[in-house]
Design a protein around this ligand. Sequence first.
Ligand code: NDP
Length: 280
Amino acid sequence: MPSTADVPFLSLNTGARIPQLGFGVFQVPPEDTAETVKLALDAGYRSIDTASMYENEKEVGDAIAQSGLPREELFVTTKLGNHDHGHDAALEALDASLERLGLDYVDLYLIHWPIPSQDLYVETWKALEEANADGRARAIGVSNFLPEHLERVVTETDTVPAVNQIELHPRFQQEGSRAYHSDHGIVTEAWSPLAQGGDLLGDPVIQEIAQAHDRTPAQVVLRWHLQLGNVVIPKSITPDRIASNIDVADFELGTEQMESIAGLDSGDGRVGPDPERFPS
Ligand code: NDP
């Protein structure tokens, strides 16, 4: 049985630490969210990734409150919705999220999508800097930002994002973004780290490595992420998967196995939307 102590931490540019493996709740129906998050907390997860767009922040907050865990042991991330860009709207959106979560602060607040056609993300970022300064968001970051969007934030504002949460898995490895993040001290957080559990997990390369370690394909993929230095937030509503996805501390992929998985990048293996165009 894995324990919280087995999950490594990465340091953010704020000095705070983020668990390298957390729990995502996209597409967990609100009516199932409190029970699912309870299962995750019981299994040892201490980082929960939600968003106003997931419409389950209240239920995440209920599970946190019911857990009785000290607030400082938890790392809670939520995200600014696409209709909440702009200075005042952004600050109001954060307050609304905190209210739904029943929390005084979040550990990480992300701009969910840059929406370049709207060209408001720099203004929105400046509002997040204020929320960071007054403590409502202990760290601030972005999601789905391409290097060109990050570059504008870095050059036009005073704060480098702590995190960029992007689609990343063996079929879509995002080397360019990872290099930009690494050059600027930005933590890479992988969404859909299992490529949404699709046929990646049946890939013969992943299957063979899983057999060699007597692990599940999902554990192999998550281990690959951790060894690359990514934060991962796999989602599951299935109790045994919730437990096994966090149980990845006690095996290690060899160099050749890491290279075999690196070879699975298809260049255009996205399972989600393209940030340049979403939402259209
Ligand atoms: P994941 O890659 O985490 O895959 C989730 C899917 O894989 C579910 O269908 C789940 O099924 C299945 N699965 C989970 N564990 C296993 C396993 N061990 N074996 C086989 N199948 C498994 O995809 P998500 O898109 O959910 O991404 C994870 C998180 O990333 C989200 O919950 C959200 O927090 C975040 N995210 C952020 C986005 C952004 O724009 N910032 C966009 C998308 C996601 P089941 O639940 O039935 O067990």
